[in-house]
Design a protein around this ligand. Structure first.
Ligand code: OGA
Ligand code: MN
Length: 355
């Protein structure tokens, strides 16, 4: 009762929506002083340092996927949000470009599915990178030519492909999950205490500076005891983490390039949203500063200087987010009848929305 009264008095029933709009507002720009910034350590009284298990992932395994040794990671929790873990950029210097390149050049390729497939003939979405790279490379920064396919890319799905209409996954729509992202995800999950995690579905979101992601819960996965992992690259986002009820007042935090978020346990099914992208990335950021990587780094040979020219230009005004999910628990399978009607009558408030 007391809790309810507080949220109604402060923000009315739709506190989440109000705060979403507050951070999305352009003119006048909002006050960002209440946004939790994990990159400056536990400054907010709600932020607590979290110990991860440094023996869960060997240094070699970590290095293979571009991560620092687990003992060097800075991980945080939030008071009142058990199961929520924020890992402040655990990537080794020079390895983020590899993941950015995967998100832009490799993962949008067939057989993965992307938003462009919904309104373009198959032949035209076959080589998004190839059709965009030269134009992006030649585009003088700041000046805009016609939008390339890469700039029109909004989402890619991996593994069990999420059906946006029915809000379900199914065995009928599945392609192999990328092995490199599978390992990265296993290691992150293991360090957070989830040793059996197996990445089965991925949703990659591609944000421009004016994009946002509506208020939602990720509940389509059938095993909610498995964590949901989220990786952020490129420009920064304001991420809002709410409660189990739509009207609960959310907390705002920065998600910067390289940051990883784990939603597990009681935090697995919390409402969340991205109201705003903020261009904070500068040439002094890790991501830009450490390219080209030092000779001999294991996974870095993958990004050529030519690739990076395109990637670095793209992320100047974009953010890429990978969310990785385990859909089924061990031995679990999809229900016999996947009614296509299920969920169709619900208005979707999810999806990348432009202004
Ligand atoms: C999602 C999601 C958040 C983000 O894809 O379900 O919540 O940070 N993404 O982009
Ligand atoms: Mn989500």
């Amino acid at each position: 009762m007391g809790k309810m009264a507080a949220s109604v008095v402060d923000y009315g029933e739709d506190a989440f929506r109000k705060i979403f709009k507050f951070y999305k507002r352009r003119q006048p720009p909002p006050d960002f002083s209440k946004v939790v910034d994990f990159s400056s350590g536990p400054v907010s009284d709600k932020v607590v340092s979290t110990e991860l298990d440094p023996t869960s992932v060997s240094d070699g395994e970590a290095r293979e996927v571009g991560l620092r040794p687990v003992r060097e990671w800075r991980a945080f929790g939030l008071q009142g949000y058990p199961g929520f873990v924020f890992i402040s950029n655990p990537f080794a210097p020079g390895s983020q470009p590899v993941w950015v390149r995967q998100c832009l050049k490799s993962y949008p390729q067939k057989p993965n599915v992307c938003n462009l497939d919904l309104h373009m003939p198959p032949g035209e979405t076959e080589d998004i990178w190839g059709k965009s790279a030269d134009a992006l490379r030649c585009q003088p920064s700041g000046k805009r030519g016609p939008k390339t396919l890469l700039e029109k890319l909004r989402w890619v799905t991996l593994g069990y492909h999420y059906n946006w209409d029915t809000k379900t996954y199914s065995s009928d729509s599945q392609t192999p999950f990328p092995a490199d992202l599978h390992s990265l995800s296993s290691h992150i999950a293991a360090a957070c205490g989830f040793s059996g995690f197996s990445a089965q579905a991925g949703i990659l979101n591609y944000y421009r500076l004016d994009s946002s992601l509506g208020i939602h819960v990720d509940e389509s996965e059938l095993d909610h005891t498995r964590p949901l992992l989220s990786f952020s690259f490129g420009q920064s986002a304001i991420f809002l983490l709410g409660g189990t009820r739509r009207e609960d007042t959310p907390m705002a935090m920065y998600m910067r390039s390289g940051d990883v978020m784990v939603m597990s346990g009681p935090s697995r099914l919390l409402y969340h949203a991205v109201p705003r992208i903020i261009p904070t990335l500068s040439d002094s950021d890790d991501l830009i500063r450490h390219y080209p990587p030092p000779e001999g780094s294991t996974i870095t040979g993958l990004v050529t200087a030519k690739d990076w020219e395109v990637c670095s230009r793209y992320i100047q005004n974009s953010r890429v987010n990978m969310t990785v999910r385990q859909v089924l628990g061990p031995g679990q399978s999809f229900p016999e009848t996947q009614s296509a009607e299920r969920g169709c009558d619900r208005v979707s408030d999810r999806g990348l929305k432009k202004k």
